[in-house]
Design a protein around this ligand. Structure first.
Ligand SMILES: C[S@@+](CC[C@H](N)C(=O)[O-])C[C@H]1O[C@@H](n2cnc3c(N)ncnc32)[C@H](O)[C@@H]1O
Ligand code: SF4
Length: 493
């Protein structure tokens, strides 16, 4: 699209505002020409202590406009005030063009619960926060209420994440096959899967070194999360080695939560679950995404609904205390009936955690490539078609069954600008998810694609350290770092 920005306002923020109304829009340096290319003009200035902004949108032969005004005050930074006034202008022009306002208003590029938490920390009570979200950020009443509910559910977990506490994330970036919607850095080709033994060698060394660092710094490890990819792609023996290493490295630390995300039902076996239990794992995830064999085939999951039930049954009968199930609303090929049926089935199984995602169009996913090649329609959607009804149904049904929403995040290019929400039976909230999402404590990340985040004193500046994104880079780095050059690394497959 064509975007013109005039005045003191961050261009990336303006692009994010455009993406709310034009999901999937691109902003190339050499702007595209032609009458059919949507065009946005955003202009801002400050007059007598008021930030005044205007937005003009030209699209499909229509022209809509909006104005935003925010008085500058000592209660908020000038930067934030200007962002809100530009946001308001864009929201008015965009909502008129699309015929409806977006559910999350102009909250973009920020973690919604952090915005609400900052207001609470600034002295507002929950009602005032809800009102501010609606009036200042144009968040819908339902979403503002949801966010306030989440903040209150998170209170207990927040109290646990004192200064000097941390969690450990271990990355297993391999999968049995690649799902068509997914863009996570994960590998499914035979050449990459063959590197798993070498990867495990390096990973175990990193786990030991990281736990030594945690001990030397006198930090208190609260949770461990083995995620992916698909951690249960490891054989039972490999999983046993990995979890033995974790337990040896953390010594006698009594964790508050030890998660091994299984994920794909087609990788779950009784033996692997036994290994998890033997090593003290108390939380896992078995993910159907959707319980419909046609949609599962269409999204490339390579497992059926029956496979999910079988894997879930294994985990539930084993006595692992907390099982999470990931669902996705709005997947290509799915609809309200299929998604609502999935939610009904999941609540019948009574897992202690359910995470409801909204389908999000990711640049590197197969579906997105197919859409670009013209063989798949309708993946980008402002209205979200029936996805809003799916999300609303999941929120209602899960609340009826006593689940509490405990964490939330949003992504660009999500169908209908909707959100991802984790739900838990009371007292079984996934602590790692809250600590990580709300950036409450240090997170040490080990393995390819993992990120270490160190939080400054009193919740100050966050420092990020990125592990190599690709497994072959990770292995090479290990080989180079090892004193004798051996390091357990392997050549690029
Ligand atoms: C890192 S993935 C790992 C899960 C595991 N490998 C599996 O597939 O069951 C975590 C979750 O993100 C969600 N997810 C991944 N890509 C998504 C997308 N494009 N849109 C919405 N949710 C997505 C899925 O629900 C998935 O279970
Ligand atoms: S959704 Fe899970 S199994 Fe599928 S490609 Fe992504 S990480 Fe792998």
């Amino acid at each position: 699209m064509r975007l013109t920005v005039e005045g003191e306002i961050n261009r990336t923020y303006c692009q994010n505002l455009c993406l709310i109304f034009f999901p999937g829009a691109k902003f190339p340096e050499k702007e595209p020409e032609g009458a059919d290319v949507p065009e946005v003009l955003l202009r801002t200035r400050t007059e007598e202590g008021v930030s005044i902004s205007e937005a003009v949108i030209l699209c499909g032969g229509r022209r809509t406009t909006g104005v935003g005004r925010v008085a500058l005050s000592s209660a908020e930074s000038a930067d934030r005030a200007v962002k809100r006034s530009v946001g308001e202008a864009m929201l008015r022009a965009g909502s008129e063009l699309m015929g409806a306002p977006p559910p999350w208003g102009i909250l973009t590029g920020v973690r919604p619960a952090k915005v609400a938490a900052a207001m609470l920390a600034g002295g507002l009570d929950a009602d005032a926060v809800r009102e501010a979200l609606i009036k200042e950020y144009f968040v819908s009443e339902e979403k503002a209420a949801l966010l306030c509910r989440i903040c209150s559910v998170q209170e207990k977990a927040k109290a646990l994440a004192e200064e000097g506490t941390c969690s450990l994330y271990i990355s297993i970036p391999f999968c049995p096959t690649r799902c068509a919607y997914c863009s996570f850095v994960s590998y499914a080709t035979p050449a990459y899967l063959a590197t798993i033994p070498a990867y495990l060698d390096c990973l175990c060394l990193d786990i030991e070194a990281t736990c030594r660092t945690i001990r030397e710094r006198g930090e208190k490890l609260l949770t461990v999360y083995v995620g992916g990819g698909t951690p249960t792609i490891l054989s039972a023996a490999q999983l046993d080695r990995l979890l033995s290493t974790v337990n040896r490295a953390i010594g006698g630390t009594r964790l508050l939560e030890f998660t091994v995300e299984a994920g794909r039902p087609d990788t779950v076996t009784a033996e692997k679950i036994e290994v998890m239990l033997a090593h003290g794992v108390d939380r896992t995830g078995i993910n159907p995404q959707i319980l419909d064999d046609d949609v599962l085939a269409g999204i490339g999951r390579r497992h059926t609904a029956a496979d999910f039930y079988a894997a879930y049954e294994l985990a539930a009968r084993s006595g692992i205390p907390v099982i999470n199930t990931d669902l996705i609303a709005g997947l290509p090929g799915s609809d309200f009936r299929r998604f609502a049926g999935t939610v009904d089935e999941i609540v019948r199984l009574q897992p202690r955690n359910v995470t409801v995602h909204t389908y999000c169009v990711k640049r590197a996913a197969e579906f997105t490539e197919r859409a670009a090649a013209g063989s798949l329609d309708g993946i980008y959607s402002y209205s979200g078609d029936d996805t809003a009804a799916c999300i609303e149904y999941s929120q209602r049904k899960l609340a009826e069954k006593g689940y509490l929403p405990y964490y939330l995040y949003r992504q660009k290019n999500s169908k209908g600008n909707l959100e991802n929400v984790g739900y838990a039976a009371e007292g079984f909230e996934g602590l790692y998810n809250i600590f990580m999402m709300e950036e409450l404590q240090h997170i040490y990340g080990v393995g390819a694609g993992a990120v270490t985040k160190r939080i400054g004193r009193n919740g100050g500046k966050i420092t990020r350290i990125f592990e190599p994104k690709y497994t072959y880079e990770y292995l090479r780095q290990h080989a180079e770092d090892a004193p004798d050059g051996s390091g357990g690394g392997a050549a690029k497959p």
